[in-house]
Design a protein. Sequence first.
Length: 223
Amino acid sequence: MALSDSQIERYSRHIILKEVGGKGQQKLLSSKVLIIGAGGLGAPIALYLAAAGIGAIGIADADDVDLSNLQRQVIHFTPDIGKPKVISAKEKIQAINPDVEVRTYHHWINAANIMEIIKDYDFVVDGTDNFAAKFLINDACVLAGKPYSHGGILQFVGQTITVLPGKSTCYRCIFPTPPPRTPSPPAPRPESSESCRGSSAPYRPPRRSSFSWEKGNFWPGGC
Ligand SMILES: [Zn+2]
């Protein structure tokens, strides 16, 4: 697919980078990224991916925009209060870049639907705010062989990991089990004996966890 004159102008700052170039921009325009969570993490990610010319962006979030969201969830504006976050995000993405196809999922991602949703995407972004979802996304992406980026934040501390299934550690390699229900972030456990790195065997989540978040929101093999 050749770039149009307006696309060459829009993406000129990408195209002049030898690491991207016209072919790289065409690759971005033909790529599909799923963002799970349109909140504090997913909002700025969606804005930047839209501006960069990702061809298809999926956004999954069951929540509506609330006044208290606006201080950090920068894709949502004051007139959007009460609107589904996925609709608010879709409107902004389309305003930024009409090249982007936006697919919305106005429901929670859970163990029953995640495999069906992620199969259509090249890359997944975890912008969720709870450990159950983060373990679910990790396990599903590792099982499906989908590269994904995890993001987490608590007050002034942030954390990000990009997982390449079969090539890198995954979230469970670092955090074998979810933490207890406390406001403190989990302590890293880099010496975990459970690892999927470099393994040619099919991935199986560790089974020693006693984790018991609400049913249906956790990969069933995880505990
Ligand atoms: Zn792992």
